[in-house]
Design a binder for this molecule. Structure first.
Ligand code: ATP
Ligand code: MG
Length: 414
């Protein structure tokens, strides 16, 4: 793609309200733009990264037997009356009326809608298990929207709902999706810790959160350095140097960003909303449900927070907006043909962004650092001798490569 046709409004200065590095970078690199407090536009570069994250999420769900659908953001009050949440949910719920004065809301989550769909179409264990997910915009009137995409009032979430005939079926989904989440976050370039968020009461609901360790996180996690135990410090009360309750190894504490969570709902919604099936024994039982969320836009933010320095992003290859950034420097007209030929050939195999702007080298490099594409090809003086410079931003190695062997060299890298 030509950089002149891609809208990338980079900025020298971050907006004053950008308190954390990832917010400053996403804004300065032209990936997002604030439209209202906690409400953002994903500009073309940001949207490309989001779609890459979504593709990984879809892949890992689809191959585990989950089906994608899309439910409406606009939901009628009566469904929420059925579950009891119209009155329970509180001021985070975005409520509105239509012209006939009927109450609606903008979905902060979709348990009610999905339960109403499944109860109408599934009446027997023979149609189970069922796992339905969507990637959708959610609305929550957060008390303190902050840190850019981290806590928005409008944000993108993947929400999955599973339906089983009994608890054993739910448990199976729960561990399958837990494992899927670890894989998803690894593929996105994020290491996560799984934190139990139940309070341990017998009969209490089971839930786990997926945390990316980061100083800008809102929770404090106490985790073991030897085994994979991790817990929210609020609940486990552990401090640095304490003994791990599982293996007695030493515990450390760090802040964490919650990028996803999984929750055994059990029959909470199926009972109140009357979603029953006939089980193998011929008995009517409420569906056993699980719900599983990933903050897609928050994951984008966490990825930038982890993979950046103050003035530059370095995307993990898996989610980078482009594979290769081609930067011509002061090219004479007679070299433009070579440049275009390289661009065309590389574009056959890779997503290539060609900085064809009439800007000084310094401006181009600064923007390229900000934007963070992992491989850079610089076309300068060497071009007349058939050579370009290849910068691997991960290893920070710059090598001169003959144009003829460029494809082979890239193949070994990307
Ligand atoms: P939090 O404790 O951060 O408010 P939550 O428990 O309300 O999260 P869920 O309702 O389980 O979150 O939503 C699933 C995922 O959606 C969360 O794990 C998080 O990654 C993301 N998420 C939740 N609220 C927001 C928000 N306001 N902005 C961006 N992402 C969010
Ligand atoms: Mg919340």
């Amino acid at each position: 793609m030509l950089q002149t046709t891609l809208f990338v409004p980079t900025l020298k200065e971050a907006p004053a309200n950008a308190e954390v590095k990832s917010h400053r970078l996403l804004t300065r690199a032209g990936l997002i733009k604030q439209t209202a407090s906690g409400v953002y536009t994903y500009l073309p570069l940001g949207w490309r990264v989001l779609r890459n994250i979504e593709a990984i999420v879809r892949d890992e769900h689809d191959k585990r037997g989950c089906s994608e659908l899309l439910m409406p953001a606009l939901q009628p009050r009566d469904l929420w009356e059925e579950s009891g949440r119209w009155s329970e949910y509180g001021p985070e719920l975005m409520r509105l009326k239509d012209r006939k004065d009927r109450d609606f809301l903008l979905g902060p989550t979709h348990e009610e809608v999905i339960t109403s769909i499944v109860r109408d179409h599934v009446d027997s264990y023979k149609k189970l298990p069922l796992a339905l997910y969507q990637i959708q915009t959610k609305y929550r009137d957060e008390l303190r929207p902050r840190f850019g995409l981290m806590r928005g009032r409008e944000f993108i979430m993947k929400d999955l709902y599973t339906f089983s005939e009994d608890e054993a079926g739910l448990d199976e989904w729960y561990s399958l999706i837990s494992e899927a989440y670890t894989t998803i976050f690894n593929r996105v370039g994020l290491e996560t810790k799984i934190v139990a968020s139940d309070t341990g009461q017998i009969g209490g609901k089971t839930a786990h959160e997926f945390m990316v360790m980061s100083e800008v996180g809102e929770d404090t996690i106490a985790y073991c350095n030897e085994c994979d135990y991790a817990g929210n410090q609020e609940f486990n009360q552990l401090n640095d140097g304490d003994a791990c309750p599982v293996c007695s190894g030493s515990v450390s504490t760090a802040k964490g960003i919650e990028v996803g969570n999984i929750f055994k709902l059990g029959d909470k919604y199926s009972k109140s909303m009357n979603a029953h099936v006939t089980n193998k024994e011929g008995k009517r039982v409420p569906l056993m449900m699980g719900c599983y969320g990933i903050g897609i836009s928050r994951t984008l933010m966490a990825a930038v927070e982890q993979h950046s320095s103050e003035n530059s992003i370095l995307w993990p290859k898996s989610i980078a907006p482009f594979d290769i950034h081609m930067i011509p420097i002061n090219l004479k007209d007679e070299n433009l043909k070579t440049m275009n030929a390289i661009y065309e050939t590389l574009s056959e195999d890779y997503d290539v962004l060609l900085d064809n702007r009439k800007e000084r080298a310094g401006v181009k490099f600064k923007d390229a650092d900000l934007i963070g594409i992992p491989y850079r090809i610089i076309l300068g003086k060497g071009l007349k001798d058939g050579k370009v410079e290849l910068l691997n931003r991960q290893t920070e190695t710059k090598t001169e490569v003959a144009i003829d062997s460029l494809k082979a060299t890239l193949k070994s890298l990307i």
